[in-house]
Design a protein around this ligand. Structure first.
Ligand code: MRU
Length: 384
């Protein structure tokens, strides 16, 4: 998407590869500073995923794909003509990259996709390495295109809802950041919003701040205001109250991993938003590209959930009134804190999935989206 820098407007993707360097937008510094971070080795790229310099399911996936391409180049330089050594080094890198973060399915999908593209070359390690680079680029391109399509399908859906309810304008609540920064371009939950804006629809967004990393107040608010979309940040504890006041027409959130029964892992707090939407009979939609669906998991309980450091809850980063970056503690030093990075929203609170292929009911996703529907064994019930 476009980024304004002084008088200039420039198109950026969240992640790309230049030579053997992986470049990412540094998401720690936003919204106060727009800076590109260079990862000069695959291990630096893995670290940038782990420490959330780059974050968001699709962006993590594309970055992981590029990390494997980088690892292939490094393995080629290390192993010279020794193909056994080359493949050992590449396999080690596959394992290392997959350990960067556990929840977003895109990370695993990207690494497997790039690896399967290169593995057919066997002894020709030169060709395998070149293929890894193109496969990583193709993966990133496909992510961007999938998000563009989500924008079209999601905007059509919102316009249908507006028509049914005779709404002259629409107010959408979102959680975390499922915008272009969370993908390669366009975003998932925010892509329909950008498309509605392009279509001339009056749209207003309520963005949960999403403690403790504050993806909503830092990143979603920054993205939307860059595109001149009306956005208002709400503290996470306002969700019930704004819904009760009738300020929300529908909810669109992103997803990190979706099990075969449709239960969805997304940023912590999403489940509470879904409960509240259910209580107030507000439609709740999840926008996601196909790499988010993991049909090997029967239900949401099987999704691996990341635990992050309690320090990320107890310390807050930002800029002071002079614009100087600073970090302050907001809790007693010796008290423990819990930080489950994701929660799981049961499929029965989800009205539909907005995907590049269309909008689907949770109970229909296996039929419409699984590559091998006969292998998927969704578990439905009152559990997640
Ligand atoms: O911990 P993050 O910021 O990497 O979390 C992932 C997410 O961006 C959100 O859960 C988002 O809503 C999912 S869509 C990419």
């Amino acid at each position: 998407m476009n980024v304004r820098q002084g008088d200039e407007i420039k198109h950026y993707r969240t992640v790309w590869m230049e030579g053997t360097t992986v470049k990412i937008i540094n998401q720690h510094l936003l919204p106060d500073e727009f800076r590109i971070h260079s990862c000069n080795s695959y291990l630096e790229t893995v670290e940038s995923i782990r420490d959330m310099t780059v974050r968001g399911a699709g962006a993590i996936g594309a970055t992981a794909g590029y990390a494997l391409a980088q690892a292939a180049v490094e393995s080629f330089n290390l192993a010279h003509e020794d193909d056994a050594m080359y493949w050992k080094s590449v396999s080690d890198a596959v394992q290392r990259i997959k350990m960067a973060r556990p929840t977003a399915n895109a990370l695993f999908d990207a690494v497997d996709t790039v690896y399967s593209n290169m593995s057919t070359f066997g002894k020709d390690t030169n060709a395998a390495t070149l293929r890894s680079i193109t496969a990583a680029r193709e993966y990133a391109d496909a992510d961007a295109e999938a998000c563009r399509m989500i924008g079209q399908n999601g905007a059509d859906l919102v316009q249908r809802i507006m028509l049914q309810k005779s709404l002259p304008s629409v107010s959408i609540l979102t959680h975390c950041n499922a915008g272009w920064l969370a993908f390669v371009d366009y975003g998932s939950a925010l892509s329909p919003i950008y498309e509605l804006k392009r279509r001339g629809i009056m749209v207003n967004v309520l963005s949960d701040e999403t403690r403790p990393y504050n993806q909503g107040s830092r990143l979603t608010a920054w993205e939307l205001s860059n595109e001149n979309v009306d956005v208002e940040i709400i503290p996470d504890n306002h969700v019930g109250a704004v819904m009760a006041k009738g300020l929300v027409d529908l909810v669109i959130v992103g997803a990190d991993r979706i099990a075969a029964n449709g239960s969805t892992a997304n940023k912590i707090g999403t489940y509470t938003v879904a409960l509240s939407a259910h209580q107030h009979m507000i439609p709740f939609y999840v926008a996601a590209p196909l790499h988010t669906f993991d049909f090997s998991l029967r239900c949401g309980r099987e999704i691996p959930i990341e635990n992050r450091s309690p320090d990320e809850v107890k310390w807050v980063k930002g800029v002071d009134e002079n614009g100087v970056r600073t970090k302050v503690r907001i809790a007693p030093k010796n008290v423990s804190a819990m930080y489950l990075s994701f929660d799981v929203t049961p499929y029965y609170f989800i009205n539909g999935f907005i995907t590049p292929k269309g909008v689907f009911d949770p109970r229909d996703i296996v039929t419409h989206l699984a590559k091998e529907p006969e292998k998927a064994q969704p578990v439905y019930g009152r559990d997640i």
